[in-house]
Design a protein around this ligand. Structure first.
Ligand SMILES: Nc1ncnc2c1ncn2[C@@H]1O[C@H](COP(=O)(O)OP(=O)(O)O)[C@@H](O)[C@H]1O
Ligand SMILES: [Mg+2]
Length: 265
């Protein structure tokens, strides 16, 4: 058995939010209530759960963008909080809802800009960027402004951006949100290809079919707790047994059953 590439132990994160008309009242939100999981090299690991379950919080901690309140998150054996510099050059991420491209710049200029940020030597940039543009199928439109790109093309550019530093782990937070079926399938094929190249992928999605087709293992998270962690087959079997059913559920059925179970904690 290989060593895990990501280790999460008793991870907690709370947020202090201000509520009330004058923002005078404070409320503590327990976004993560102490979660544990491991991800192995080359895996496509799915994090599934309803809105507000704690998926983005988990990814923000693992990508060193957010500090945990307690517990431990390690990437390549390094602490996500405290040893960020050892982790950052070796990972990359796409946050679905966020705009991390410059729409006024061309696709090509975006990649040049980020290549500078990732400190990729100028001499290496031209060939690398051309290769990535070809890989994601944007070479012919590389000189067009991103604002003229379709959503699917923007997402392909995000993937190219996320591959600039040849990361060992790619974190994808709802990457397929809002994509049409053709673009979603292209993205799915790209994710699979990354895993086949040995990259580790941590993926969140609300599309159960996508998760079912892609993920080697899945953690189902609800109200800041992991309520199930298994292979797709394992999750389906568990629900089949719990429901005493003769028919094998699909992942969507299994997921809905799992998240509607009474909260044990
Ligand atoms: N910056 C923040 N300030 C206050 N509460 C937050 C913040 N970010 C997330 N939360 C809360 O933490 C919980 C988990 O959020 P999140 O990790 O974004 O869930 P998910 O990605 O699964 O939808 C939610 O209740 C959310 O409202
Ligand atoms: Mg989220």
């Amino acid at each position: 058995m290989k060593n895990p590439i990501i280790t999460v132990q008793s991870l907690k994160r709370t947020y202090l939010t201000h509520i009330g008309l004058l923002n005078k009242e404070k409320k503590l939100v327990e976004a993560l209530k102490g979660i544990d999981f491991e991800v192995y090299p080359g895996e496509i690991f799915g994090l599934l759960g309803p809105n507000g379950a704690g998926k983005t919080t988990t990814i923000k901690i693992l990508t060193t963008l957010l500090a945990p309140s307690s517990g431990q998150a390690k990437v390549f054996g390094f602490k996500a909080f405290g040893e960020e510099k050892k982790i950052r050059p070796r990972i990359n991420f796409i946050f679905g809802g966020e705009r991390s491209l410059y729409w006024r710049l061309s696709g090509l200029d975006n990649l040049k800009y980020f290549a500078d940020i990732y400190k990729i030597p100028r001499k290496k940039q031209t060939e690398l960027i051309d290769d990535l543009l070809k890989e994601v199928g944007l070479y012919d439109v590389r000189k067009r402004k991103v604002e003229t790109y379709s959503k699917g093309m923007k997402q392909k550019l995000q993937i190219a951006r996320a591959l600039l530093n040849d990361p060992e782990i790619i974190f994808l937070d709802e990457p397929s949100i809002g994509l049409d079926p053709v673009a979603a399938r292209t993205l799915k094929n790209m994710i699979r290809a990354l895993s086949e190249k040995g990259k580790t992928v941590l993926l969140t999605t609300h599309y159960m079919q996508e998760a079912e087709e892609l993920c080697h293992r899945i953690a189902v998270i609800n109200h800041g707790q992991i309520i199930a962690l298994d292979t797709v087959e394992g999750l389906k079997n568990r629900v089949k047994n719990e429901q005493n059913s003769s028919q094998m559920p699909n992942l969507e059925d299994a997921y809905i059953h799992l998240i509607s179970e009474p909260n044990i904690a």
